[in-house]
Ligand binder design. Structure first.
Ligand code: ADP
Ligand code: MG
Length: 619
């Protein structure tokens, strides 16, 4: 069975070997077991059900939340010569009828659907007759209310499976890590003792950077980054529609080929902009978090966050859209104080809208505050950024503890000082305790610094025991307060006036072991001295190649790929990934056999593109 799986992977997808976890899941499905795969974005979850779909008789049903996602995945399969189709409301009734008839006739190995299909009685009668080999649930966290993208229609998957005359294996895949969501998936999909595979969450090809910048400098940095990487595709996330509009306009004005996406645009505009991005016509996408779940684009070389998101879960999912092809990619997070204030504001807002009791709302809010604290902790930490992320996700799954220095994040490579601010922090804790959580950051700082301002006098705070015990700038005191909030020693409640009170870990700050360090960046090590990538329109993947000839070849092959893709009406990464193009530049294949040996080249792609690509390589 393993041999057959390997052979399928090689001949149909052109990959030499399975990545960690893939074979175990393939074996599980082919052996008739239910399986659940929890793997980070870009790990290669699709192959885990696509290979079994090819090995098993009949047609695999793939449930996927978004229409756009289906379209791209089917495109990618068809380009590998794998018979696949999708059924959704974008097809006319007669087209739908045709797809089902062809599926019944055994013409497809995979059929993608959205769960909304379960409303259609014609689909129900189709499913009752079709030889269904497997039911795959992609983005399976959508079934859980604890997940970020809950879709009520996912709750109907279990009854759909139960209605089938013969129960096929059920396979669920997600990148969302928490055990609570994982348990929900098993329960709500009524899975039977699934084989569970949880791979590590590390993405070694991603470089992480965090920079504290004013709004104005954020804009300048993003514009210059995009211009320096004009040959690369990237996503820039903003927290509001207004910021998307402003940043998009500024980038276009600066000469960046950018497009935009947010829920305020018409559906037609969103579709057109997404298409321009996926096809590399507008390689830079400026968007809110509404953009991305439906995107499998493998050659996204950078993801920049113009604002800090509300949780590390959201951050890692969004940042993880970079570098799916395994080639080097960068994840940059820019933040400042106002991002923290905005995130606090969102927490208050969201829970107001829901039909929850007051206690329930408070439970939700405190969970959100904890997630926000972890996110701000990531922004402020002086430790390895990768280790911080992995620690956050992996402690819940009992994986091995990550190394403490990765050498590929801004904290590991820049000159970062960790200034010991323990004494100041202790003074702040005492002051907040004394003021009993009734004042905001500004007043706490004023009291500690012995300010004579009106508020302090009016509240009679000049008599406080902690009055005037610190000799620090107000900005520093406020920054250390935020650091204490990130560590959950303090808490900020966001009412009309944000008040600083003691947090769940306040007691720990009073112990002898307590230490607090503040990040000071002495000198950012400029990772990329103006090398090849600074030349206009040269991709950073090409820049990783050794010789000038290889780099030039890469650009020629990229151009050829774009021409072919436009001719066929598919995204360029569907023709060949960046990783495959780089493989060609390194191996310089001369014969069809050598071309086939390049990772990402299968039989069908050899037959389709071998000739033109070999001609270009040998030129
Ligand atoms: P996920 O759904 O987990 O985010 P995908 O299934 O979209 O990830 O795969 C991400 C990328 O990895 C794709 O470009 C895919 O072709 C590639 N990939 C998957 N499995 C392998 C493998 N065994 N060897 C090489 N590349 C792979
Ligand atoms: Mg996927």
């Amino acid at each position: 069975m393993d041999m057959q799986a390997q052979e399928t992977l090689r001949s149909r997808f052109g990959f030499d070997s399975f990545r960690p976890g893939q074979l175990e899941l393939v074996d599980g499905i082919v052996g008739g077991r239910d399986v659940m795969g929890i793997m980070p974005t870009g790990a290669g979850k699709s192959v885990c059900y696509q290979v079994p779909a090819l090995m098993l008789p009949g047609v695999a049903i793939v449930i996927s939340p978004l229409v756009s996602l289906m379209h791209d995945q089917v495109n990618a399969l068809v380009s590998n010569g794998i018979p696949a189709a999708y059924l959704n409301s974008q097809l006319t009734p007669s087209q739908q009828h045709e797809v089902m008839a062809r599926a019944l006739a055994g013409e497809f190995k995979l059929l993608y659907i959205a769960p909304e299909r379960f409303d259609d009685p014609r689909f129900a009668s189709f499913a009752a007759e079709a030889p269904i080999s497997l039911v795959t649930v992609d983005e399976a966290h959508c079934v859980s209310q604890w997940g970020q993208d809950f879709r009520p229609s996912y709750l109907r998957i279990a009854s759909f499976v139960a209605s089938l005359p013969k129960r096929p294996p059920v396979a669920a895949f997600t990148a969302t890590a928490t055990p609570r969501v994982a348990d929900d998936i098993v329960r709500l999909l009524e899975m039977r003792e699934p084989v569970r595979v949880v791979t590590g969450f590390d993405r070694p090809n991603l470089r992480f950077e965090v920079h504290q910048l004013t709004d104005k400098r954020k804009l300048a940095r993003i514009a210059s980054y995009a211009l320096e990487h004009a040959g690369d595709s990237g996503i820039v996330y903003c927290s509001t529609r207004k910021e998307v509009e402003g940043l998009h306009e500024a980038l276009v004005g600066a000469g960046v080929r950018a497009t935009r996406y947010h829920a305020g645009l018409t559906k037609a505009e969103r579709t057109a902009n997404q298409k321009a991005f996926v096809n590399d016509d507008a390689p830079v996408m400026v968007a809110t978090n509404a953009f991305g779940m439906g995107i499998d684009k493998s050659n996204v070389r950078y993801v920049i966050h113009h604002n800090m998101p509300g949780s590390l879960e959201a951050y890692y999912q969004e940042a993880g859209r970079a570098g799916r092809d395994g080639e080097p990619a960068e994840c940059l997070l820019f933040w400042n104080d106002s991002d923290i204030a905005t995130a606090r504001f969102f927490i208050e807002q969201e829970t107001e809208n829901e039909a929850l009791t007051r206690e329930e709302a408070e439970v939700v809010r405190s969970a959100q505050r904890r997630r926000l604290a972890a996110m701000t902790g990531y922004c402020m930490t002086t430790d390895c950024l990768r280790a911080a992320i992995l620690h956050y996700f992996e402690t819940s799954h009992e994986s091995t503890s990550p190394a403490s220095s990765c050498g590929n994040c801004s904290n590991c490579t820049d000159e970062v000082d960790a200034v010991d601010v323990t004494l100041t922090a202790r003074a702040i804790m005492r002051c907040v305790h004394e003021l009993r959580g009734r004042y905001g950051k500004g007043v706490v700082a004023d009291v500690l610094r012995g300010s004579h301002n009106e508020k302090v006098r009016q509240f009679g705070l000049t008599n406080a025991k902690t009055y005037g015990i610190l000799d620090e700038s107000a900005a520093t005191v406020k920054e250390i307060i935020e650091l204490l909030v990130a560590g959950e020693y303090l808490e900020v409640s966001e009412g009309r006036y944000p008040l600083v009170g003691l947090g769940p870990r306040a007691r720990e700050a009073a112990t002898d072991e307590f230490r607090l360090h503040m990040k000071r960046v002495r000198k950012p090590a400029h990772a990329k001295p103006a090398k090849a990538a600074s030349a206009k329109n040269v991709s950073s993947t090409a820049a990783t190649l050794e010789t000038g000839e290889q780099r030039e070849l890469f650009e020629r092959l990229r151009f050829l790929r774009k021409q072919i893709a436009d001719g066929e009406g598919v995204p360029p990464y569907v023709v060949f990934s960046d990783a495959a193009l780089r493989g060609m530049c390194v191996a310089l294949p001369k014969t069809p056999d050598e071309f086939l040996a390049v990772s990402g080249v299968g039989q069908v792609k050899l037959a389709r593109y071998g000739k033109v690509f070999l001609a270009e390589i040998n030129r």
